[in-house]
Design a binder for this molecule. Structure first.
Ligand SMILES: Cc1ncc(COP(=O)(O)O)c(C=O)c1O
Length: 397
């Protein structure tokens, strides 16, 4: 490995930088996952994680990446041939649809433009048409990590209710969990899917299903094959703090620390910190004269900002330059956005100086690869963080 002085900047929108107290916890000796110490740890994290989902319902924790928890949400609630209404907000929504198709579910996709969020009215209209209630679930992504667009999940719930439709509401909150407010109970979500490697400041390897009573009831009749993902086995063992198979012990030790750090900061303060970082980032980007990819200011994501590069320029070339020059990794454009956007992750263990360092690295990179821009974006970000600017910048401003 070639040594590069200074700390690396991992500014992809997850996995995120893991702070030292969490790393130290993960580095502690692995404990017996059937012993009394583990039981205490298990009970603590299984209860504590509910605070982040804002739920009094059970949350199961898988030793898996988010994709596993996507799969778990489907196989526990649905049967072969069931119809699922999905909304294509971007790359990750399209992957979830593909996964559902592989399980033999009939997916119907409302196409989005990959620059805005879920239009709840479109979901309502489709559900109203579905008089026979053939659609068994509506599946949406809360924060589309490929586009930097956050959708209004409460509005989706209201749309389903207005349609008087019994479909389950399945929500992917993998990238915003712990960085954007999320309310599993209040928003009437049936299964929420989360992951460890973003706002929770943990490495990849844990994922979650928060489960409503309605979803649990549905799981009793759901016929898709399931073994590793089965909620029943999980929930039975979780009652005493244990797992039906070997849990990711050390990551759970890290989760305990992450939850305690978030509790100490206060969840509202955590979200506020992310809002400030996101706002400063957008102001800087707009000052450069580049375009924030998200079209609707009400849907700007506080976890990440996707930035469009002008036609004729390469987002990947810019990212490569920044990686070499500043040892900073930025997110790439995914799917149809390849090479057109780069994504700035401003989530997890992140403070004002990290915002400014990130933006300074990008501004230097823009100059190095010759992408036309107005200098001084970092100063604008400083003013924004200092609270010297009126709230909410938009592309048009
Ligand atoms: C919104 C969203 N959904 C799903 C996934 C897939 O999760 P994983 O890569 O942990 O399997 C990601 C990963 O970044 C994501 O951001």
């Amino acid at each position: 490995m070639t040594y590069q002085p200074g700390r690396p900047f991992l500014q992809i929108p997850g996995p995120t930088n893991v702070p030292l107290p969490i790393l130290a916890e993960i580095a502690k000796p692995t404990i017996d996952h059937r012993g009394p110490e583990f039981g205490r740890l298990g009970r603590e994290v299984l209860t504590g994680i509910r605070e982040v989902f804002k739920t009094a319902e059970p949350v199961v924790i898988y030793p898996a990446s988010g994709t596993g928890a996507w799969e778990a949400a489907l196989v526990n609630t649905l049967s072969p041939g069931d119809e699922v209404l999905m909304y294509e907000t971007g790359w990750f929504a399209s992957l979830w649809t593909r996964l559902a198709g592989r399980y033999g579910l009939k997916t119907e996709v409302i196409q989005g433009d990959w620059r805005s969020g879920v239009k709840a009215d479109a979901i309502e209209a489709r559900l109203v048409e579905d008089k026979q209630h053939a659609i068994k679930a509506v599946a949406v992504v809360h924060n589309e990590t490929s586009t930097g667009v956050a959708s209004d999940i409460a509005a989706v719930r209201r749309a389903i209710d207005r349609a008087g439709h019994p479909a389950l509401l399945l929500v992917d909150t993998i990238s915003p969990l712990g960085s954007i407010d999320y309310r599993h109970d209040e928003w009437g979500v049936d299964v929420t899917v989360g992951g460890s490697q973003k706002g929770l400041m943990l490495p990849p390897g844990l994922s979650f299903n928060a489960i409503s009573k309605k979803a649990l009831d549905a799981s009793r009749n759901a016929k898709l094959p399931r073994a590793f993902w089965d909620w029943e086995d999980m929930l039975a063992s979780n009652k005493t703090g244990y797992f039906p198979y070997t849990p990711a012990t050390n990551l759970l030790q890290g989760l305990k620390m992450a939850l305690s750090m978030m509790r100490e900061e206060g969840l509202d303060n955590v979200f506020q910190r992310h809002n400030r970082a996101a706002e400063a980032t957008r102001r800087c980007v707009m000052h450069w004269g580049l375009e924030v990819h998200c079209n609707n200011p009400n849907e700007y994501s506080s976890s990440l900002t996707a930035v469009r590069v002008p036609q004729g320029h390469s987002a990947d070339g810019l990212r490569a330059e920044i990686l070499t020059r500043s040892n900073m990794a930025l997110g790439n454009g995914l799917g149809r956005l390849a090479d057109q956007v780069f994504r700035i992750g401003h989530l997890g263990d992140f403070n004002d100086l990290a915002v400014l360092g990130t933006l300074a690295g990008i501004e230097m990179g823009l100059g190095a690869v010759g992408i036309p821009h107005r200098k001084g974006g970092v100063e604008v970000a400083m003013s924004s963080l200092g609270g010297n600017l009126a709230p909410q910048a938009t592309n048009a401003a």
